[in-house]
Design a protein. Structure first.
Length: 376
């Protein structure tokens, strides 16, 4: 891979440029061989060997850099383990002075040896709460700016433990408890086996000062209370080792999930009849495979924000059909909704302008229903 289009070594922001602390942009900084630095380097190297660019390609990656300890440690390791790193710094503009924080993070990236650093200013909406809206804006900006490169994210083992615990508490199902994957193109997470305290140690060893986001200590955010209250209490009650245990659980469930997903894909292929699924084939399959096949079919055909209740209602069209009407599953276009229904022994998807229209002329119709809760 070559240099990402539109980037210039040593430049960041819209028009301004910097080379950090006098270091030529793109030059590799020699890292001290401390235990923490070597641990993070090994994690990045292992990720690259499993998921990185092919040998015939330049080993270049992008890194999502917030200026915090996790992403700074990741950036430093990536610079010495790859051919080139482009730092992408998202400015959510949710706090006073966020632009200066972003500019400083970009300067640090260049000082660490990144070939380029860019600040991506975004507009954060309000739908679904600040956390969810900021996440959507962040990932959209990173995706549009990566120019074909994998984007490395600084999520650590501690982040993984928090994610699993949130999934357990919300009853979101096995898929949620699997946590974050090490690679879900274009996103890479090399540090899922590294503790947060290790990344802070790396920054100290490198002599760089990470930015501490005030939101990471704000008790109004559920994840912050998990981090500062729930997990320390569990560690105290259970005698330690909770975060690694939760991360191991996620890894084991991802392995199981991969097998189930493969079997579900076979079921979906067998049941497929064009864009519909044959009820008879689905009805005789185990529930775990049937629901996974239906979920994948819905998402691939435009369903959005699929929830557990959505999926359960669509599954009931297969297993306990009593003449109920279609299920609105999100997606669609302006003025219409995507509705799953049962017609002539098949599961169908159609755009319904008013959300009430009959799903078939031969089977009883009913009102399309809305359902909430996160899907597994």
């Amino acid at each position: 891979m070559g240099r990402a289009p539109g980037t210039t070594p040593g430049r960041f922001g819209s028009e301004s440029g910097s080379s950090g602390a006098g270091r030529p942009p793109g030059s590799v900084r020699r890292l001290p061989e401390t235990a923490a630095v070597l641990a993070v380097r090994r994690a990045v190297r292992d990720w690259l060997s499993r998921f990185g660019p092919r040998e015939s390609e330049e080993r270049a990656v992008a890194v999502a850099l917030s200026g915090g300890a996790d992403s700074l440690a990741l950036t430093a390791a990536a610079v010495v383990e790859t051919d080139a790193v482009d730092a992408l710094v998202v400015d959510h503009r949710l706090q006073p002075g966020s632009g200066a924080v972003a500019a400083e993070a970009a300067a640090q990236a260049l000082a660490l040896g990144c070939r380029s650093a860019r600040v991506l200013a975004v507009e954060v909406g309000a739908e679904g709460g600040v956390e969810a809206a900021a996440r959507r804006a962040r990932y959209a900006a990173l995706d549009s700016a990566r120019h074909g490169l994998a984007v490395l994210l600084g999520h650590t083992l501690d982040d993984q433990a928090e994610t699993v615990l949130l999934g357990l508490a919300r009853g979101s199902g096995g898929r949620s408890i699997q946590g974050m994957s090490a690679c879900a193109e274009p996103w890479g997470r090399p540090l899922l086996g590294v503790r947060r305290e290790t990344t802070r140690r790396v920054c100290a060893d490198l002599g760089v000062t990470p930015h501490d986001d005030p939101h990471n200590a704000a008790p109004e955010f559920t994840r912050v209370r998990l981090r500062t209250e729930a997990l320390p209490l569990l560690e105290q009650i259970l005698g330690g080792g909770v975060a690694p245990a939760l991360a191991r659980t996620a890894e084991q469930l991802r392995e199981d999930g991969a097998v189930l997903d493969a079997l579900a894909a076979e079921l979906r292929h067998t049941a497929s009849d064009g864009r519909t699924l044959m009820i008879e084939t689905l009805a005789t399959a185990p529930a775990a495979l049937r629901k996974r096949a239906i979920r994948a079919w819905l998402l691939d055909n435009g369903a959005k924000a699929l929830t557990t209740k959505h999926l359960q209602a669509v599954d009931e069209l297969v297993t306990t059909w009593r003449g109920q009407g279609g299920v609105a599953v999100g997606g669609g276009t302006a003025g219409s909704r995507l509705v799953a229904g049962r017609e002539h022994g098949r599961l169908t998807l159609r755009l319904d302008e008013d959300g009430i229209g009959p799903m078939t002329q031969t089977e009883p119709a009913g009102r399309a229903h809305h359902h909430g809760r996160e899907s597994s």
